[in-house]
Write a protein that binds this ligand. Structure first.
Ligand SMILES: [Zn+2]
Ligand SMILES: [Zn+2]
Length: 267
């Protein structure tokens, strides 16, 4: 039986003879069903229709994605102790598996929030590795699997200076990854969203439906990041990267957001 994948958000569902009636992720207020209606694909069909592109941002930081569905790209982080796949993309074909295996495979997958869970179980099986998800978002796991390991609390240390940080915001379990190399790198998904000018960050409950977060939630994001030193932030699209000065950008962006949402003069 096929495992259907939602073409709007990239979420893969358990095996079923007919496609699911609805995509629970798209029906919820943080996503949307496209005007054309709900449509489905499979991993096999995706391998024909889409191809992953790769972008090396710096040695050991490799972007992977095909622009499918929400259009995010994943990041392969190469540490001495093993590779981490940060966030996930639905598109997993034979070429991608071969290329990543040649780079040492994947020791663990960590994902920022449910919109990027996509085909995580396929990736976990292809690379025989666990998937670390924050337990607060467990109700949004559409395809449960023994490879999924839920974590609680504020942080989860992996290895080689890689730490997962729960920021909340966009989702209660909204997570970013901090890596201590090169003055500090943060992989942020759209929990800290690098905006179009790449000079600022913003923070939303829903991006497509333009639902903001409260000042309190955004201040909590700032507090969660305060203990960590970093210079670069990698957002969720190929071109959304702040290469330097990112710690300052986060601090001023939290302040700008809170001023705006509180109706400060000038906003
Ligand atoms: Zn969907
Ligand atoms: Zn999202």
């Amino acid at each position: 039986m096929p495992l259907y994948i939602c073409t709007a958000c990239g979420t893969q569902y358990p095996a079923s003879d007919k496609p699911p009636v609805q995509c629970a992720i798209c029906e919820e207020e943080r996503q949307y069903v496209p005007e054309r209606g709900q449509t489905w694909t499979t991993l096999e069909a995706l391998a024909q229709s889409h191809r992953n592109g790769f972008r090396q941002y710096r040695p050991g930081v490799l972007g992977i994605g095909a622009g499918f569905a929400i259009g995010q790209r994943a990041l392969l982080l190469q540490t001495a102790g093993g590779n981490v796949l940060w966030d996930c993309v639905a598109t997993l074909d034979a070429a991608t598996v071969t290329a990543i295996k040649a780079l040492g495979g994947i020791k663990a997958i960590a994902i920022s929030h449910p919109h990027f869970y996509t085909t995580m179980v396929e990736w976990a099986r292809a690379f025989d590795c666990p998937v670390h998800l924050n337990a607060a978002d467990k109700d949004w796991i559409m395809r449960p699997d023994p490879a999924i390991q839920l974590w609680d609390g504020d942080t989860l240390e992996l290895w080689d200076g890689v730490t997962l940080i729960r920021c909340g915001g966009h989702f209660p379990g909204g997570t970013v990854l901090h890596w201590g190399r090169d003055k500090g790198i943060v992989c942020a998904g759209d929990i800290l969203t690098v905006v179009a000018d790449r000079k600022w960050l913003s923070f939303m409950r829903s991006y497509p439906n333009l639902i903001p977060l409260s000042a309190r939630e955004v201040e909590r994001i700032g507090a969660a990041m305060a203990p960590f030193a970093f210079d670069a932030i990698y957002g969720h699209y190929f071109d959304r990267v702040i290469e330097t000065g990112a710690k300052q950008v986060l601090e001023t962006s939290v302040a700008r957001y809170v001023a705006a949402i509180n109706g400060a003069r000038g906003y």
